[in-house]
Design a protein around this ligand. Structure first.
Ligand SMILES: [Cu+2]
Length: 468
């Protein structure tokens, strides 16, 4: 009797445990977790530009789906750092996956590293990125970016210290992660005018008629049928618009991304030094819960439009599209759903303001960065074809004078990369990042004063060339 009762009690206890277990499982099946992760400290010297990567950064650490992601640069306590201290120029998140589900970038076989030479196989996929516009990933309800408990994540980023004091910064990212319930997974497609480069910049010469536009475009083929459900865009100063179109469907527009620019009081326009023309404070984000059908083999074109009246150096044209695989999409040019929407543009300026990149020097008395019209040094007349040695973080000739039509060649002798970039002048140009004696040549066909700098070492490396 006693034995039977204890047996019944045990059964009850087991049932209770089982039901609690079932409840726990049920709770897990609908769990939405808010996660904040921080990477750092990242040391940034006075007026230093830091371009670096971090491997094996904290991940969600669960099997699930990321439905939202944003990123900022913060101090030790998690408080956002003001731009007057540290500016996050850009950050890219890559996922190498785990052994069971390795990832590979969808639009690149290799990535070309910061020195423009070294190549690495693209065994990680670029799935989220933000620049000065602080783009956020926000997928429509029911969709998520699949993550695994043992994923390996990598970031590549560029920071600028706007003070003379050494500083410390942390990259902080916030994610919304759904676990338990499988969502429709999305595949990130990275579209980029200068794709597969760690530094995917290009330069616009300018000098066109007022209101003239420079448009660069690239086309990709969609490998797997799916539905485009969300997209982001990234541009720099002088940008007009990014569009994604389908050339094989009458050139119809799938998405467009519009920049908004800061007001004249925005810190972007007041900090020193300046690495490139200030970027937008916002880019619109595209979303459609139904999704735009894309059949395997469909071609999509990214077009990046900039003002071409003025020079614009080190610009970018990038879009990240999130496409949910869907084998039922078999016909090309399927109807665009009615639920395509865009985020609101915040207050600001609709047109990129005219901004001249200043040359920067260090005031010897205060140690602070200030605007200079030319570096110290006499102006030297150079013959066409002269090679300027760039060594020890210095242009060998500080101020040069050449005849119209002359060519100058810069030889970048240091074992760290530098570039030769126009800050201000009649024609925009810029070299790749070059080191170990590799050279860059530029012909000067328009008269005027060219203020030139290395955008990686903006307070140390400046030069002017006067063309008669
Ligand atoms: Cu440099």
């Amino acid at each position: 009797m006693l034995r039977r009762r204890s047996c019944r009690a045990l059964t009850f206890a087991l049932l209770l445990i089982a039901s609690v277990g079932a409840l726990t499982a049920a709770a897990a099946s609908a769990e939405t977790i808010q996660m904040t992760r921080r990477v750092g400290p990242i040391a940034v010297g006075g007026y230093e530009v830091v371009q670096d990567n971090r491997f094996a950064i904290p991940t969600p650490g669960v099997d699930g789906f990321v439905t939202h992601m944003d990123v900022d640069i913060v101090d030790r306590t998690g408080k956002p750092l003001p731009i007057s201290r540290i500016m996050l120029h850009h950050i890219v998140f890559l996922n190498a996956g785990d052994s069971a589900f390795p990832r590979h970038d969808q639009t690149c076989g290799t990535f070309t590293m910061w020195d423009s030479v070294a190549k690495l196989p693209a065994v990680a996929e670029r799935f989220y990125a933000a620049g000065e516009e602080r783009a956020q990933m926000q997928l429509p309800p029911g969709y998520g970016y699949r993550v695994e408990k043992d994923d390996t994540w990598i970031i590549t980023y560029m920071l600028m210290n706007h003070r003379q004091l050494p500083d410390k910064a942390y990259v902080q990212y916030h994610m919304t992660v759904e676990t338990g319930t499988p969502l429709q997974s999305v595949t990130p497609y990275w579209l980029d005018i200068n794709n597969c480069m760690v530094d995917p910049i290009y330069n616009i010469a300018g000098g066109g008629k007022p209101a003239s536009v420079d448009t660069q475009s690239r086309t990709w083929t969609i490998p797997t049928a799916g539905r485009l459900v969300s997209g982001l865009g990234h541009m720099h100063g002088g940008g007009k618009q990014l569009t994604v179109t389908e050339p094989t469907c009458g050139g119809r527009e799938l998405a467009r991304f519009d920049p908004t620019w800061g007001l004249p009081s925005h810190p972007f326009y007041h900090v020193r030094p300046v690495l490139h023309e200030p970027g937008p404070t916002n880019m619109t984000r595209m979303e459609t819960p139904t999704g735009i059908p894309l059949a395997a083999g469909d071609r999509i074109t990214l077009a990046s439009s900039y003002d071409d009246a003025l020079p614009h150096v080190r610009v970018m044209g990038i879009s990240v599209l999130y496409i949910a695989p869907d084998p039922t999409v078999t016909q090309p040019c399927g109807a665009i759903p009615a639920d395509v929407s865009y985020t609101q543009r915040p207050p600001g300026r609709a047109v990129s303001p005219r901004f001249v990149i200043p040359l920067t020097g260090i005031d010897p008395r205060t140690g602070k960065a200030f605007t200079i019209s030319a570096p110290p040094g006499k102006r030297v007349v150079l013959k066409s074809g002269t090679t300027i040695e760039v060594k020890g973080f210095r242009f060998g000739v500080a101020n040069a004078k050449v005849e119209r039509g002359a060519k100058l060649r810069w030889r970048l002798a240091d074992d760290v990369p530098h570039n030769v970039t126009l800050a201000d002048g009649p024609t925009g140009f810029g070299s790749k990042n070059l080191d170990n004696g590799r050279a860059y040549t530029q012909r000067f066909t328009r008269p005027g004063t060219y203020r030139i700098f290395c955008a990686l070492h903006p307070v140390q490396m400046t030069e002017t060339v006067v063309v008669r």
